[in-house]
Design a protein around this ligand. Structure first.
Ligand SMILES: Nc1nc2c(ncn2[C@@H]2O[C@H](COP(=O)(O)OP(=O)(O)OP(=O)(O)O)[C@@H](O)[C@H]2O)c(=O)[nH]1
Ligand SMILES: [Mg+2]
Length: 363
């Protein structure tokens, strides 16, 4: 079927029939980058994306998993089928919290309308961000109405994972300096909705104020940059700010992280454990979704996502081509001796490798 190996064709058949074990197997195939996984993805994803994808990110221990569990419960209650991808934190110190995740998530273990997958942090050619996004795509193709992606907002990789989502919720807690940490970690740039969780603790209102101020600053920054990059700020086809010269940049130039036009970013308070504020969060997410669809931003985000995926896959393939090639390994082996003797440098050797691969060297 579709040029797949017989075992993978069988797997795809069970995947399409809605067998959750087939989904698990397919995810492992992709996570481990086993032979043929890209062709499997190509065939499995042929229908295009359709799930509503929600990313939750924030500092370790902010209550992301508790919120994910509460959201999943609410969406299940509304009859949706829900997939959850939790990307394991890299730090071994959070192992306890992770165990906590599993226990909470076990509430859903017997519900066939819910599927939870924890992604291990592992070294792969494509990297964790790419694998995680491919897993989200698989879940989408499997037919979930809603996909929740939890990732710790600590580094670039984790932030990149949120690129799999249509709506990104940044979860902060009123602990000293959290607002400032969030700004440093780049969280202010990626949120469509901000949640101050653990609002039962002191300082929640202060943090809400800080986040609002930071968001206004972010808007101000964007406006200051208008003369240089009008399209990058307002997106293609957007209204040109009065009195500003237009021009420069092509339609579709807006970076994927550009704030959505006409969307006022909500800053909400929740107590994830008791469900306080959950209704407001559900409402904000629904409104953002409607905004994305009405403004054309959803298509723009999906397009940016596809562009990014093409780049990632090309890079992964080039890396595989280079480092899996026998002649390249041989050339390195002998070339490094020449580098050692001072007859070549890493640069001349790299140029030889590229020439071997492409038939021409770098410019
Ligand atoms: N007081 C209070 N505690 C909360 C609230 N939400 C979550 N917690 C607690 O905070 C701790 C961390 O919650 P998690 O949901 O595991 O946090 P997380 O952000 O998923 O953590 P990592 O995945 O390890 O980054 C747990 O002990 C929760 O019970 C809240 O609103 N108020
Ligand atoms: Mg968690």
């Amino acid at each position: 079927m579709d040029g797949l190996s017989p075992p993978q064709a069988g797997l795809l058949e069970r995947f399409r029939a809605g067998d959750p074990r087939a989904l698990s197997r397919a995810i492992s195939l992709v996570e481990d980058e086993r032979p043929g996984f890209q062709h499997f993805l190509h065939v499995a994803l042929s229908g295009g994306p359709s799930a509503r994808r929600l990313g939750l990110t924030g500092p370790p221990g902010a209550g992301k998993s508790t919120l994910v569990a509460a959201l999943a419960g609410a969406y299940r209650g509304a009859g949706e089928r829900v997939g959850v991808v939790a990307v394991d934190p890299t730090s071994p110190f959070t192992g306890g919290a992770l165990l906590g995740d599993r226990i909470r998530m076990n509430d859903f273990a017997t519900d066939p309308g819910t599927f939870i997958r924890s992604m291990a942090t592992r070294g792969s050619l494509g990297g964790l961000a790419t694998s995680s996004r491919e897993v989200v795509d698989l879940m989408d193709a499997f037919g979930f109405d809603r996909i929740l992606v939890e990732t710790v907002g600590v580094g670039q990789t984790e932030l990149e994972i949120t690129g799999a989502a249509d709506t990104v919720v940044v979860v902060l807690v009123p602990e000293s300096g959290d607002g400032i940490q969030a700004m440093k970690a780049g969280l202010m740039e990626i949120g469509d909705v901000f949640v101050v969780n653990k609002a039962d603790r002191a300082g929640a209102d202060r943090l809400v104020g800080e986040v609002r101020t930071a968001l206004h600053l972010r808007e101000g920054e964007a406006l200051r940059n208008v003369p240089a990059h009008p399209v990058a700020v307002f997106g293609s086809g957007g209204p040109a700010p009065a009195g500003r010269p237009t021009g420069g940049g092509a339609p579709g130039d807006a970076p994927p992280s550009a704030p959505a036009r006409g969307w006022e970013i909500p800053v909400l308070k929740t107590v994830a454990q008791t469900g306080e504020g959950l209704e407001l969060l559900l409402d904000a997410v629904a409104r953002h979704r409607a905004h994305l669809a009405d403004s054309g931003e959803l298509e723009a985000r999906r397009r940016a996502r596809a562009a990014r995926r093409v780049r990632d896959v090309v890079e992964r393939e080039l890396r595989r081509l280079a480092w899996d090639s026998g002649p390249v390994r041989d050339r390195l082996e002998t070339g490094l001796d020449r580098v050692g003797r001072g007859e070549a440098t890493p640069y001349s050797l790299a140029a030889e490798v590229v020439r071997d691969l492409l038939g021409s060297g770098p410019r």
